[in-house]
Design a protein around this ligand. Structure first.
Ligand code: LR7
Ligand code: MN
Length: 582
């Protein structure tokens, strides 16, 4: 615990290239070895503990390993000259441009082109070279592949399903479950059943009302018969050998949740685009998903190969394999999340904080059509839906750090009379078993900057050259003295100027300031204040409606009140001793 941040970072990243051997023995050296296994051509001791955490309920592990099959039934495609074949860019003929434009909104990508290119086209094998050397166990668990969709474009949905059928070892695919989240498009009704009836492994489930992707995935998971659940978006193309490396990780440790590298299928020309290596999924405030590449330093220092699994603080959301029993042990998804958004944060925090791991597996690659907008309707306002989901996640998982979430532009969510985020009893109960958010930041995402307050220390006024102090419950000026705790204030993410549990309160123009118990929902406690890095030391501006007023010190240094803001007045300029950036 006394490690520096650098040490934590160092000790963390070797986990990325953890060799199986080290890992296995490190699990618990006191457990008696039961048998030897062969991995990567070397002998490995497999101990009892391994079996306990294994996905498959078998007495003893099978000893066999084999190279990833690289099974690809599209290597010699039906029509080598078709447009878009081999993942190449397709072009819209000039006399079809209008048609292509008209159809764009059906999916917010080039639907016209998607319909022209084969539903089982070949794509380039983009795996790093060393992947061909890697081996997987003979007795990997089976998986149920779950696609949920609403009004997905016909050719894209088909291409997604074909890519799974054509590039996965059949014995590992228990079934493919298509969950139709109450689509309105006619072609997704009878037509889809007829088409899919040629594939005995494909099952179609139709929801009787729109549930959103979270509850749609849960509906698929409930009926799944495979050992592992593999979730995919409905506009993807699985690449060669995509499945085995994911299942291998789950097999090695059922608490590992494995994600493929997500490559790009261009929304404009449908080409399959290779992405940069060493990407991790992370988040920025206020809980926005982001990609962040491992630094060259860390890659070099730890000799990380481009095929090594990468520990991933947040998963993108749509594409991952998880042991089915483990998924339910984790309480699955919060079923109170609606339509779209936030569930990737929820499951990521849950996995890490409750004992699991998320990894990106570079030998597994899946293309995804990234779209600039959702092509389907939201039953309620889109922004409000996503914000509500995020607030549920923040309330359950972020502990004291939830202030950083609300403080990055989501103050309006604090007023629960405006936004009802629903009941969280079950989620909060489950969460009690898990580690703190601080643990997550320190151990899983140590490069995240997350200061709990924006500024702290003395509050110095430029004009009177004195500091704020709390004297018997009211504010006064005193000669600045760092050793006096009564002069110490925090400027928080809630925009409070706060000492312990009391906050500086604005009471309207000309009137005196008061101290009140801090309360996140009260706008009169919030003050706008920017750090002193901006050229001017900033004002303390009250958010009290309807006027913006600034806190001004009386020239004699014995009073203060709210006045019209004057950009240059030193009596309106306040500076905290210390500002945190983040
Ligand atoms: O109401 C809905 N019902 C559904 O069944 C809304 C959506 N869906 C389906 C939809 O048809 C699609 O198959 O759910 C799937 C995901 O929806 P998208 O494709 O609109 O989502 P996205 O790709 O824009 O967004 C990413 O974040 C989402 C947050 O809720 C989900 O986790 C998506 O699965 C996720 N996609 C990926 O991770 C792919 C890579 C994107 C990145 C980064
Ligand atoms: Mn998607």
């Amino acid at each position: 615990d006394s490690k520096t941040k650098e040490e934590v970072l160092d000790s963390l990243e070797p986990g990325i290239q953890e060799s199986f051997i080290k890992y296995k023995v490190a699990v618990d050296p006191t457990v008696k070895p039961v048998k030897k296994d062969v991995l990567n051509g070397k002998e490995v001791v497999v101990n009892i503990k391994d079996k306990q955490i294994n996905a498959v309920d078998k007495d003893v592990r099978n000893t066999g390993v084999h190279k990833v099959l690289s099974l690809d039934m599209t290597q010699a495609p039906r029509d080598a000259n078709a447009i878009g074949q081999f993942g190449q860019a397709a072009m819209v003929p000039s006399d079809k441009e209008q048609e292509a434009r008209n159809r764009w909104n059906e999916g917010h990508f080039n639907v016209y082109l998607s319909d022209q290119i084969p539903v089982d086209r070949a794509i380039p094998d983009t795996r790093p070279n060393t992947c061909s050397e890697s081996v997987v166990h003979d007795d990997l668990p089976t998986t149920s592949v779950i696609f949920c969709f609403v009004d997905e474009v016909w050719s894209t949905l088909l291409r997604s399903v074909h890519s799974v059928l054509n590039r996965s070892p059949p014995h590992l695919i228990k079934e493919i479950i298509l969950v139709d989240d109450f689509s309105t498009k006619e072609y997704l009704k009878d037509h889809l059943d007829v088409y899919m009836s040629q594939f005995p492994k494909v099952r179609i489930v139709r929801l009787q009302e729109r549930q959103g992707l979270i509850r749609a995935r849960l509906a698929g998971a409930t009926i799944a018969k495979g050992d592992v659940l593999t979730f995919l978006d409905s506009h993807i193309e699985c690449n060669v050998g995509w499945l085995e490396p994911l299942l291998e990780r789950v097999y090695m440790d059922r608490r590992k949740v494995a994600c493929p590298v997500i490559e790009v299928i261009s929304d404009k020309d449908m080409s399959y685009v290779l992405v940069d290596n060493f990407q991790r999924g992370v988040f920025k405030w206020p809980l926005v998903f982001w990609w962040s590449r491992l630094s060259e330093d860390i890659i070099k220092k730890n000799h990380i190969k481009d095929s090594d699994p990468i520990r991933c603080p947040i998963m993108a959301g749509g594409l991952f394999s998880i042991d089915k029993k483990y998924f339910y042990e984790l309480g699955s998804y919060d079923p109170g999340l609606d339509v779209w958004g936030g569930e990737n944060m929820e499951i990521s925090f849950k996995i890490w904080m409750c004992g699991g791991e998320i990894e990106i597996i570079p030998c597994s690659r899946v293309g995804h059509i990234f779209r600039a907008a959702n092509p389907y309707k939201f039953p309620k306002d889109r922004q409000k839906t996503v914000e509500r989901n995020l607030a549920r996640v923040a309330e359950v998982w972020l502990d004291e750090y939830k202030d950083l979430f609300y403080g990055h532009g989501y103050y309006h969510l604090l007023d629960r009379s405006v936004i009802d985020i629903g009941n969280l009893t079950d989620q909060i109960e489950f969460r009690k078993k898990c580690k703190s958010f601080k643990w997550y930041l320190d151990n899983v995402y140590p490069d995240m900057v997350a200061p709990l307050v924006k500024a702290e220390g003395l509050v110095f006024n430029r004009g009177v050259r004195k500091c704020l102090a709390l004297q018997k419950g009211s504010l006064a000026f005193e000669r600045c003295d760092l050793s006096k705790l009564s002069q110490h204030f925090n400027y928080t993410w809630m925009r409070h100027v706060r000492q312990k549990d009391v906050c500086v309160t604005a009471q309207g123009k000309g009137s005196r300031l008061a101290m009140q118990p801090c309360d996140n929902t009260k706008p009169q406690l919030r003050w706008l204040h920017k750090d002193s890095n901006s050229a001017l030391v900033e004002h303390l501006v009250t958010e009290l409606a309807p006027q913006r007023l600034c806190l001004e010190a009386g020239a004699l240094g014995d009073s203060m009140q709210l006045k019209e803001c004057e950009p240059t007045s030193p009596y309106q300029k306040w500076q905290f001793t210390h500002y945190h950036t983040g």
